[in-house]
Design a protein around this ligand. Structure first.
Ligand code: FMN
Length: 337
């Protein structure tokens, strides 16, 4: 397509730097590892499409967490592009006639890659959701300030909770997790996304479930309870977890995409800092419990509960291949599976 490595071949399949950036995009976190995205490259532009066929109808009927996941993938694309020396020009929800088109990102003018972008881009393959017990070592204040600054850079707000607020929020997480145990529709959905299968490249694999905190100090989502053969064994977790809540200034599809970008910048910043992280979004998925997390003064909407700390390595979750998520520009269809 052009001489700077942003190329597509004669069949419209991205090559070179495009491929590297798209590989970065698909390494993003997604709710239940649904990977609800597709990408369409035309010339020096990539369209990031939301794949609503992969929405979790029980857990996420409005598609909020789906768009947060898509936003995280768009962030990885942006940062990978910047780390390769080009300013990403992003337009969210650019075409009302194509509602699945979540973001359009164009390769902008060349620039000297900022050190931060290079570090964040290098952290993409090292970032994993870590559901292991963390050590009791507290996270330094400067590292927490970095995480909050990362959220602010993306127009979101990360609030690191003091012990009283932390205990209250963890209570709400526990209530959400326990309520789900009484919802067969939730079990069925969880079962679909945790079913092991030879060659399966989405969903949460048993190796990533982590152990069970028998004291429930850290109420991580129990991906195992629909799979008795894979039930989590008990392990002692940290007594005083570091917990934060991510907020966005509003609560629309646009804000969810922005929130996903903020989430991924925070998670990658944590990775750069050597911190492990866990998402615990159970209460944000239940409207009356989510209301307990809202910020009544500022009007900010809670999007995720996060845990940070120092943990052992965690198992990576699989990803579908790039060819599975490419839509050919012009042809308007997915590359065959
Ligand atoms: C919007 C969103 C919500 C998530 N909620 C949870 C959660 O409640 N509990 C959890 O353990 N992981 C949660 N995750 C993490 C995903 O399960 C994880 O990203 C996915 O399995 C891929 O694994 P990876 O992050 O290690 O690449 C969430 C991720 C996203 C983007």
């Amino acid at each position: 397509m052009n001489g700077s490595g942003w190329t597509v071949d004669a069949d419209g399949v991205p090559q070179g730097r495009w491929r590297e950036c798209l590989e970065a995009a698909i390494a993003a976190p997604s709710v239940h590892n649904t990977q609800p995205w597709r990408f369409r490259v035309h010339g020096t532009t990539v369209d990031v499409l939301a794949d609503h066929g992969r929405r979790l109808d029980v857990l996420d009927p409005t598609g909020r967490e789906l768009l947060i996941s898509v936003g995280a993938a768009a962030f990885n694309l942006r940062v990978a592009m910047l780390a390769r020396g080009h300013v990403p020009m992003q337009h969210l929800l650019p075409d009302a006639n194509e509602p699945d088109l979540a973001a359009r990102i164009t390769v902008g003018p060349p620039t000297r890659p900022p050190v931060t972008a290079v570090m964040l881009a290098q952290a993409i393959p090292r970032r994993h959701t870590n559901r292991q017990p963390f050590s009791g070592i507290s996270v330094p204040a400067e590292a927490l300030a970095d995480l909050c600054a990362a959220a602010e850079t993306e127009q979101a707000r990360l609030v690191v909770l003091d012990p009283v607020a932390r205990n209250a929020v963890l209570d709400v997480v526990r209530i959400a997790e326990h309520r789900r145990r009484h919802q067969p529709a939730y079990w069925r959905e969880l079962s679909d996304w945790t079913r092991p299968g030879a060659g399966r490249r989405d969903g949460v694999p048993p190796e990533a479930f982590g152990p069970w905190d028998a004291l429930e100090t850290v109420p991580i989502r129990d991906f195992s309870f629909v799979r008795p053969a894979r039930r989590r064994g008990p392990a002692p977790f940290e007594h005083a977890p570091t917990i934060a809540v991510l907020y966005t200034p509003g609560d629309s599809p646009y804000e969810w995409l922005r929130g996903g970008q903020a989430l991924e910048r925070v998670l990658l910043t944590a990775t750069v800092r050597g911190l492990a992280s866990t998402l615990m979004t159970q209460p944000v998925e239940v409207p009356d419990l989510r209301a307990l997390l809202q910020d009544p003064a500022g009007g900010y909407a809670a999007q995720a509960v996060l845990r940070f700390g120092y943990g052992p390595p965690s198992a990576p979750a699989p990803r579908r291949s790039l060819d599975d998520v490419l839509v050919h520009a012009g042809r308007g269809s997915k590359v065959p599976d």
